[in-house]
Design a protein around this ligand. Structure first.
Ligand SMILES: [Zn+2]
Length: 256
């Protein structure tokens, strides 16, 4: 690989930055996937309430139908009772009077029973209607909460997207700085290592695998004349420029 020291330095530095950007992008993507927890909580409560509304509506329909049936029955019985009263007034003998009284009494009894049932059903209808109203009010409240959360979520998403766009642009800029051969080597190592393709060297340790590198490998790395990979993990080794100065000054002080 015949690459000038400048290109080499620039390429590896850019790859190192690229790697940092990819890690940041990974975090942002994770963040994007996590909806605020209250959001799904309200979603569950809303679904539950809507289900309850359907069930109340169904029973309300049934109760109301029964109520209307009793209402009609009361009207009919009131008519029957009137007829029975007229009949009772028209009796010709004791036998007929007895029968008419019996019939009248019967209708009266039935009317009392039916009116009682009608009251019960009317109360139940009112009760169910109130329940329905409460649930519908709850749905409205959930919808309002949703709207509030949606706005927070949308603005957070927009911020995230802006951060991502900025990083993606930086990423492209860094890639354009990398020599093609070095980039393909980087991609190869990334595939093998399933992640970072460049590792920082700190002292004599590769930060990718935490294994020491031989001192002569470090000297070659400092010269920046060739691409050096870690003997144990194959990652492209990278040395911060400050590291070079620090190490050199350390070496010169220790030589004194
Ligand atoms: Zn290593």
């Amino acid at each position: 690989m015949d690459i000038s020291p400048e290109v080499l330095k620039r390429s590896i530095e850019s790859l190192f930055r690229l790697q940092e950007i990819d890690a940041q992008l990974f975090q942002l993507n994770l963040e994007e996937k996590t909806i605020p927890p209250e959001y799904s909580e309200i979603q569950d409560k809303m679904a539950e309430t809507l289900k309850a509304i359907k069930s109340i509506e169904r029973s309300l329909r049934d109760v109301d139908r029964e109520r209307r049936g009793f209402e009609l029955r009361v009207l009919t019985l009131q008519e029957d009772l009137k007829k029975a009263e007229a009949k009772r007034r028209d009796v010709r003998n004791t036998k007929e009077e007895f029968a008419a009284s019996k019939e009248h009494e019967n209708f009266q009894k039935k009317l009392v029973e039916t009116k009682k049932a009608l009251t019960e059903k009317t109360e139940l209808t009112t009760q169910k209607s109130q329940q329905l109203e409460e649930k519908q009010k709850a749905v409205k409240e959930f919808e309002e909460k949703f709207q509030g959360l949606d706005e927070t979520r949308k603005s957070r998403m927009a911020t995230l997207q802006a951060e991502k766009d900025k990083l993606i642009a930086q990423r492209e800029a860094h890639i354009s700085q990398v020599d093609e051969q070095i980039f393909s080597l980087y991609e190869r190592v990334q595939r093998i290592r399933k992640g970072n393709g460049v590792a920082l060297v700190q002292g004599l340790v590769c930060s990718g695998c935490h294994v020491s590198i031989p001192p002569h490998t470090r000297s070659r790395l400092e010269k920046m004349e060739e691409i050096i990979t870690c003997p144990s993990c194959s990652r492209i080794l990278y040395l911060h420029s400050e590291e070079i100065i620090e190490h050199k000054s350390f070496a010169s002080t220790s030589a004194l």
